[in-house]
Design a protein around this ligand. Structure first.
Ligand code: EPU
Length: 428
């Protein structure tokens, strides 16, 4: 296992290019199961989760090839296997988005139930409700959900849940409905840019989808999908992470290949903290006014502040001049990073799904442990600004979602090294 050793205190300066979005790429990769002919995907980040999804596709009869220029070429060669097995699903929850395309194209799917993870229980009841509404029968046996249908028929489906809309639930139902007979209307659909990007990809393959990116998505079923070429949108969470890195280190970054319109809530909150942000086309320039103001942050479905940046903004607010309040409305238990940041001198009090962050003058380097992808990003950010040395263990979490993170940070002036974890040094 690798860890990062970070010597804090460097100001980040320079230009960084954001990679393609992990959470857009994963369902688009899954959707290629339904395509007849070759798909060419550009801008798919080279990440552990993407390699994992390709491995799952390979087992399901889909060939994937990464070209020297980074493009992914994908073609379905065998449609026999419909089983996404536990040994792979348990390693990546997003594997559940194979359910919609398997059911839609092969009319059956056997997908291991993913179970919970470090950020919460994460049920998939709404996904199954959507598949059943389209006409599928479902059965749970030995931890696997079996879905089958003679045919799928369009209908109206309400996908709102106790915590709002569901991103992967929406993509799953959208994919299953693309080849269904007739019209499907998804109400209370997730509006995230990653859902819209999937809709754009499917339309490029011949689907008839409208309203993707809004709470009402209309899908008129088609008979087949053909091959196409698609460029995956830039990763808004990576963009936000670099924005926070600039603010934290009192640095100045130009962030290229981003879509500022996907980050309006983040720009709003960071400006309230005192961060200086300039927008120009698909570039952002971010610099910091030395004094960080405390703010309130509430995570919400898009276009609200994303839960996937909650941990990172917490690191920033740890150094604000006063008390901030962070409320998590998507995953109420997503606070594993609180205890680790406290080991670095952060002062916080957790009350249910809210954390009160008392700003401190400085964070102090320490050995800390990554618990999930975004929590590890928050710890790396803390290490960049902390006094002394920080060792972040279990960085395989960060490798799931940030492409070449330490190379990018190094090129901006950070003192960060990836090393093999010394035996016995990772907390159990
Ligand atoms: N929910 C239900 N029932 C369902 C589905 C979801 O109650 O059937 C609840 C969840 O428990 C949660 C809320 O609805 O409280 C929202 O969950 P959602 O389904 O939207 O999350 P997801 O699709 O499983 C995606 C991203 C996450 C991101 C969330 C929220 C992917 C692969 N994952 O998860 O990304 O946090 O949306 O925006 O797209 C990450 O990249 O680090 C990550 C965790």
């Amino acid at each position: 296992m690798d860890c990062f050793v970070i010597n804090g205190g460097s100001r980040l300066k320079g230009t960084v290019t954001v990679s393609g979005s992990k959470n857009a790429a994963l369902p688009i990769l899954a959707a290629t199961i339904m395509v007849e002919g070759e798909t060419v995907l550009k801008g798919v980040p080279d990440l552990a989760d993407v390699r994992h999804m390709c491995l799952m596709l390979n087992r399901l009869g889909v060939e994937t090839k990464r070209e020297a220029n980074g493009d992914l070429r994908i073609v379905v060669v065998d449609e026999m296997n419909c089983h996404a097995e536990y040994d792979l699903v348990r390693q990546m929850r997003a594997s559940v988005c194979l359910m919609g395309p398997l059911l839609g194209k092969r009319k059956k799917a056997q997908v291991s139930m993913p179970g919970g993870c470090a950020i919460g229980d994460r049920p998939i009841n709404l996904h199954i409700l959507g598949m059943e509404a389209l006409g599928a029968e479902s059965e749970l046996t030995s931890g696997d959900i079996f879905l089958k249908a003679k045919k799928l028929t369009g209908c109206e489906i309400f996908l709102g849940g106790a915590f709002g809309s569901t991103v992967t639930g929406t993509t799953n139902v959208m994919m299953a409905a693309v080849l269904a007979e007739g019209r499907t209307v998804i109400e209370a659909a997730a509006c995230e840019p990653e859902v819209a990007d999937l809709g754009n990809f499917l339309n490029a393959c011949g689907a008839h989808i409208s309203g993707h990116g809004t709470p009402r998505i209309t899908i008129d079923g088609v008979k087949t999908l053909h091959g196409s070429e698609h460029v995956v949108i830039p990763d808004r969470i990576e963009t936000g992470t670099f924005m926070i890195a600039a603010a934290l280190t009192n640095g100045e970054l130009t962030i290229q290949n981003c879509r500022p319109e996907h980050l309006l809530a983040v720009i709003d909150r960071l400006r309230c903290v005192g961060v200086i942000i300039e927008r120009e086309g698909n570039h952002l320039t971010v610099s910091s006014a030395r004094r960080l103001e405390p703010v309130e942050v509430t995570t919400q479905p898009f276009p609200g502040f994303p839960t996937d940046l909650q941990a990172q903004i917490m690191t920033l607010l740890c150094l604000a001049d006063g008390n901030s309040v962070i409320t998590e409305k998507i995953f109420p238990d997503r606070f594993m990073h609180v205890a680790e940041l406290s080991r670095m001198g952060a002062q916080m009090r957790k009350e249910g799904s809210t954390v009160i962050v008392h700003g401190v003058k400085r964070l102090i380097g320490a050995p800390v442990m990554a618990s999930d992808l975004r929590a590890s990003a928050a710890l790396v950010l803390a290490g960049l600004v902390a006094k002394g040395q920080t060792r972040v263990s279990r960085v395989y979490h960060i490798d799931r979602g940030y492409e070449r993170i330490e190379e990018k940070l190094k090129s901006l002036g950070a003192d960060i090294q990836r090393i093999a974890e010394p035996p016995g040094s990772s907390p159990s």
